[in-house]
Design a protein around this ligand. Sequence first.
Ligand code: NAP
Length: 291
Amino acid sequence: MGCINEITGTTKLTGLLGSPVAHSKSPLLHNEAFRLLALDYVYLCFDVTEDELATAYEGLKKINIAGFNCTMPDKTKICELVDELSPAASMIGAVNTVVNQNGTFVGHNTDGIGYIRSLKEEGFEIAGKKMTLLGAGGAASSIMVQAALDGAREIDVFSRKGRFWEKAGAMVADINAKTPCKATLIELGCEDTLGASIQTSDLLCNATTVGMAPNIDGCLITDKKMLHENLFVSDIIYNPLETKLYQMAKNAGCSVSNGLYMLLFQGAEAFKLWTGQEMPVEEIKKKYFNL
Ligand code: NAP
């Protein structure tokens, strides 16, 4: 059972829109942070598909919600609905946090900031490093943009020629034009090309859904020989905590991390945007993340 504040007539509403959302840890961490800081807010989950998003958004505007998070599949579509986009959200083309600023709904993206902060927490500094990034969806986009903004030397983005291919091409071009980072988009499929990229990388990040429950046997790395001991392997999936890639990397002697810290720190950034206060992350870590 979550432990939330006493709800009164003045309690401000925040929450999460996406589908599915019932498994989300976000209500636990935000409601606990509100309670610890005695803030008069509550955080709830709303199962909203992409088709229902415009209607839900209008309703939330009408009732003057304080702010909300967006997760799959709503992160892209919400960009068309909000009144304004932050510079990072506009570059990424995806929003995971909406803030009600006196009736103006502003879309932000805290995933990238949360990811880079999670790497720091694990002792990995992105500046000057090369990353091999798997995926080009919402989370991958935020990670590549923030890594480039924070000084990554080189990023190889591996993606299928799927839904996000064209958008990823434009984003890579944008990174190359606006930052000193050298970004390249490469079609996923050739093991040798992927292996060669990983051999010269400091960081391998899985930002695809491959390996996520219920399809826990999925893994885009087919052989642990593709990894090396000096590689930091981060799988941003947190369900399960140890994906097939995570286990393979641990067995290969790599430093590894899962998506829990990213989840915590993207939430902490959203919390700050809504309340103006720092989330008490040490308490939250102990209580809900066993970290
Ligand atoms: P998304 O926008 O739907 O992107 C999914 C990506 O995975 C796309 O690039 C997709 O490629 C790729 N993909 C899916 N199946 C694939 C396959 N079989 N082979 C190759 N690529 C495949 O989703 P998202 O919001 O970025 O989320 C991605 C993952 O990150 C999810 O597991 C989510 O739980 C996790 N996540 C974690 C955090 C955290 O805080 N830890 C935050 C956000 C997301 P196509 O375009 O070809 O389908």
